[in-house]
Ligand binder design. Structure first.
Ligand SMILES: *Cc1c(COP(=O)(O)O)cnc(C)c1O
Length: 437
């Protein structure tokens, strides 16, 4: 059995269960490809993060970085857990509004927020706008004047810490496209602009060093750096940030070869580093905010597919093809992300062969899993790819005009459709015919 699964997830029939429901039944009831979320896992991870702060007696916010998976139902679950959210676009903000998410607990991120998006954020009274660049400070100032409004802001800085991770998903280095550079003095200049603007309430300082990070060191260095910046701002400008926001990026286990710390252990180390460093610099302990995306949504998600065709290249290799692929999970094609999968009606069976799990899209790179040990399988069997909850559905596309899958939430033995499967009609509903004039 995959080490990603626990014995409780196997029922009497020997099938995989998700949230107490047989995965085979879910596939029959809702069809495949299907994104399934175990809601208890989402809640549990948020609660674990919170308990780290409570044990350390530190003011905090757990901000779910919703780009990992953003739907109305997901925002509602995060709201039920009293957590905050990050949004990075007008579309995510709109979805949060539709979900009834409290705007005071929204942070608006992004390295190119449009005038329209900033207007939308101000009109809807979002809690914090995380400023990324000078152009944005100007745009926000315009919006605030027109609306005769004020808003809390944070400055995103690039602390010059590069965590060891795949380069496509690392964002903390000095040459990053995100945030104000520290070394060249941009961050200080931005601080002075914001402090001089009485419509902007300078709440704190933000850094996000990367994603799927396995090592403590990068986080500790970034946390320490942020406190050092706070101390230098206190000395130079008599300004002390109320909030130090260390971003997200806590690595999760996708395969047996991944050995990250538990996500909450990263946070414990960060909090302790900030505490120590604040004491060293004679600073009041700020509130600590974190922005986990993947570690909240990832392990809770499963992708169910039906197996179709098979290609054996004698003496070389075998492809087992499923009814989804890069359109519902681009990560393997985009950055060689790895996953594990099981057959839902025999997750415990001993593998008898190693195959490629191929998708149905017209790209040779559409391979969901490069080397998957599997027991004998046949067309019609349902395959569950594990830990697909983050950056799967949220990056889904209609490539090859395939409809995007449905999404189902499961909790306490009950399943509920939370995003409908796209229909063929949905695929063309924005299309207009072309008339030669
Ligand atoms: C993407 C992102 C996150 C979340 O990263 P994960 O790796 O999903 O935890 C947090 N903060 C910011 C600013 C981000 O861009």
């Amino acid at each position: 059995m995959s080490e990603q699964l626990t014995n409780e997830q196997i029922n009497e029939a020997g099938h995989l269960t998700i949230g107490g429901v047989d995965a085979d039944e879910l596939a029959t009831k809702y069809q495949t490809p299907l994104a399934v979320y175990d809601v208890a896992k989402i809640r549990d991870q948020i609660r674990r993060f919170k308990s780290v702060f409570e044990q350390n007696h530190v003011d905090y916010a757990v901000c779910y970085a919703s780009k990992a998976f953003a739907t109305v139902a997901m925002y509602q679950v995060v709201d039920q857990e009293d957590a905050h959210i990050d949004v990075v676009s007008g579309g995510e903000l709109y979805t949060a509004i539709r979900a009834g998410f409290p705007m005071s607990r929204v942070s608006f991120h992004g390295n190119n927020k449009s005038l329209e998006e900033l207007k939308m954020a101000v009109e809807n009274h979002v809690g914090v706008i995380v400023l990324d660049n000078f152009h944005e400070i100007e745009l926000l100032d315009q919006v605030l004047r027109v609306h005769d409004a004020s808003v809390s802001v944070m400055l995103r800085i690039t602390p010059g810490v590069s965590a060891h991770t795949h380069e496509y998903i690392s964002t903390g280095q000095e040459d990053s496209k995100f945030g104000f550079d520290l070394k060249s003095g941009q961050a200080d200049e931005a601080l002075q602009e914001v402090l001089a603007n009485d419509r902007m309430n300078m709440l704190g300082i933000h850094a996000h060093i990367g994603s799927q990070i396995f090592e403590l060191k990068g986080f500790q260095m970034a946390a320490q750096k942020l406190v050092e910046i706070a101390a230098s701002w206190q000395n130079q400008y008599h300004y002390q940030p109320e909030v130090i926001n260390v971003g997200g990026g806590f690595g999760i286990r996708y395969t047996k070869d991944d050995h990250p710390l538990a996500p909450e252990d990263f946070v414990d180390a960060i909090v302790k580093t900030i505490k120590q460093s604040a004491t060293d610099h004679d600073l009041e302990m700020p509130a600590v905010w974190i922005e986990p995306g993947r570690s909240i949504a990832g392990p809770a998600g499963y992708s169910l597919y039906t197996i179709g065709s098979r290609k054996d290249v004698p003496g070389l290799t075998s492809y087992v093809t499923v009814d989804g692929g890069m359109g519902d999970n681009i990560r393997p094609a985009l950055y060689q992300a790895e996953y594990e999968a099981v057959l839902v009606d025999k997750p415990n069976a001993t593998p008898t062969e190693t195959v490629h799990i191929a998708g149905k899209y017209c790209e040779s790179g559409d391979i969901l899993i490069d080397q998957q040990p599997l027991p004998a399988s046949k067309p019609g069997d349902v395959l569950a790819v594990l830990d697909t909850g983050a950056y799967g559905y949220s990056m889904a596309s209609n490539y090859n005009r395939n409809p995007r899958p449905a999404v189902v939430f499961v909790e306490n033995g009950q399943s509920q459709l939370v995003v409908e499967r796209e229909s063929f009609a949905d695929l063309t509903h924005l299309d207009r015919s072309y008339q030669v004039k």
